[in-house]
Design a protein around this ligand. Structure first.
Ligand code: BG6
Length: 466
């Protein structure tokens, strides 16, 4: 039982959560720049204006990665830094930032793994065409993707089109917790289709340009388990699995929608605009890999009311929340039976192994990257030492699950801890920390946590020292 020699030991961030410099050097506004300014939307009104100031300190950050021995860094590009209006005029200063970051990584033999869309849509596209509600946005994304491939494609060989469509679509169009904060399930499913088309177009752009690297998409999986063995809970779990898993992965990995689920939502919410040409496009755009973000499983019970969209929200209070999501089901929290983080996210490493098997069973031998996995916590600082054993424990157990999955034949090629450095947790600001590197709030000084040293050993031993 061992990790392969060329396993990518990584860590991840995203542009809005880490960069800061929200209006510098010609960057346009994103929907998050505006959303955080509306009182009540985020914990104590926290925003990404400065974040971890990675925009100005990226050299120091990359030096810390190199010192640790990190093999790969997953980061996202801010669309509105490159194209302030979402399309058209290119902001060369924005291109320069990412170009320099990529060069710095390569100088230290760190593989850049780039996400094109980690939720920060240019506000101009939201204002001009209603964002993902419109097919114009699909073409705008293809234009943006092409620009990224043209400018960085000779140096970047790993591309993720979208991060977690399930979250930005569900939170943006049902629970109202993310921009554009609407509650319209029909629209959510239509948006979902547009995002799939945008992914497909970007994949085809990449191929057309003749690059030999790999391109795929990342989603989060919370594998569904019936809370009890009752028929009602088992059926509810089927609905949860159909929505959070099959609805999002089938179009990417099979080029089609799960027929039974599609029929059910069209019956309840009305027809979706999905044409034969659209379906042909989805079929054509084969992904080279699938990225999995995994944090927790979902314990599923039958709903209290029969509805396809039970509304719940992720907390933005700086404390644990109790979210329940779309579908003919509800999620159950059972602290007596299961283990949870401080934010009440269930800790269950075996479900990570299980979800890789679910992918393999349904889609075959598609290469997998774990593109996010980690623990949000308030770290303890004693005499300047940052103790985060809970994080070490969490990541270690999940890596053991990965190791086991590899031994069972799962084609897992890399693991990216979330996150490289403390950054903005979307709704819980800087209170919920994830990084190997601690950021001092007042000075933005970087400090290595205990987990930094631990992961350094894990990488050096290629996972033997877990
Ligand atoms: C994932 C996102 O859903 O979860 C990350 O891709 C995010 O961007 C992470 O930070 C943890 O969620 P949160 O709400 O604690 O920031």
């Amino acid at each position: 039982m061992a990790f392969p020699e060329n396993f990518l030991w990584g860590a991840a961030t995203s542009a809005y959560q880490v960069e800061g410099a929200w209006d510098e050097d010609g960057k346009g506004r994103s929907i998050w720049d505006n959303f955080v300014r509306i009182p009540g939307n985020t914990f104590e009104g926290t925003n990404g204006n400065v974040a971890a100031d990675h925009y100005h300190r990226y050299k120091e950050d990359v030096a810390l990665m190199a010192e640790m021995g990190l093999k790969s860094y997953r980061f996202s590009i801010s669309w509105s830094r490159l194209l302030p209006n979402g399309r058209g005029e290119v902001n060369e200063k924005g291109v320069e930032f990412y170009s320099d970051l990529i060069d710095e990584l390569l100088k230290h033999n760190i593989v850049p793994f780039v996400t094109l869309y980690h939720w920060d849509l240019p506000q101009a596209l939201q204002d001009d065409v209603a964002g993902w509600e419109s097919r114009v946005c699909v073409d705008a994304f293809a234009e943006y993707a092409r620009l990224c491939f043209e400018r960085f494609g000779t140096r970047v060989n790993h591309w993720i089109t979208f991060n977690e469509p399930v979250i930005f679509e569900m939170f943006g169009y049902v629970t109202e917790a993310h921009p554009p904060a609407k509650n319209d399930p029909h629209l959510m499913y239509q948006v979902s289709h547009h995002v799939n088309l945008a992914h497909a177009k970007a994949v085809l752009e990449y191929r057309e340009l003749g690059f030999q690297g790999e391109i795929g998409l990342t989603n989060v999986i919370s594998p569904a388990y019936p809370y009890t063995d009752s028929a009602a809970d088992r059926e509810a779990a089927w609905w949860a699995e159909s929505f959070t898993f099959h609805w999002f992965y089938d179009p990417i990995l099979k080029g089609e929608y799960p027929a039974e689920y599609l029929a059910a939502i069209e019956e309840q919410f009305g027809k979706l605009d999905i044409t034969a040409n659209d379906l042909a496009l989805l079929k054509q755009a084969k992904s080279d890999f699938i990225g999995i973000n995994y944090y927790q499983p979902a314990r599923i019970a039958a709903p209290e009311a029969e509805s396809l969209c039970a509304v719940g929200r992720e907390s933005n209070t700086g404390a644990a929340g109790n979210a329940s999501f779309c579908g003919r089901y509800r999620t159950v929290l059972d602290t007596a039976q299961f283990e949870y983080t401080k934010w009440r996210w269930e800790i269950c490493p075996d479900a990570l192994r299980d979800c890789m098997h679910r992918i393999k069973d349904r889609y075959g031998e598609i290469p997998i990257y774990i593109t996010e996995n980690g623990l949000g916590d308030e770290d303890t600082v004693v005499d300047g030492v940052i103790f985060d054993e809970t994080r070490i424990n969490y990541i270690s157990r999940h890596l053991s699950a990965c190791k086991q999955a590899i031994s069972e034949g799962i084609p897992l090629k890399g693991y990216y801890a979330w996150s490289w450095i403390d950054l903005l947790s979307w709704l819980n600001g800087y209170k919920k920390r994830y990084g190997f590197v601690y950021v001092v709030g007042s000075t933005l000084e970087r400090k290595k946590k205990q987990s930094y040293f631990w992961y350094e050993q894990v990488i050096a031993s290629n996972g033997e020292s877990l």
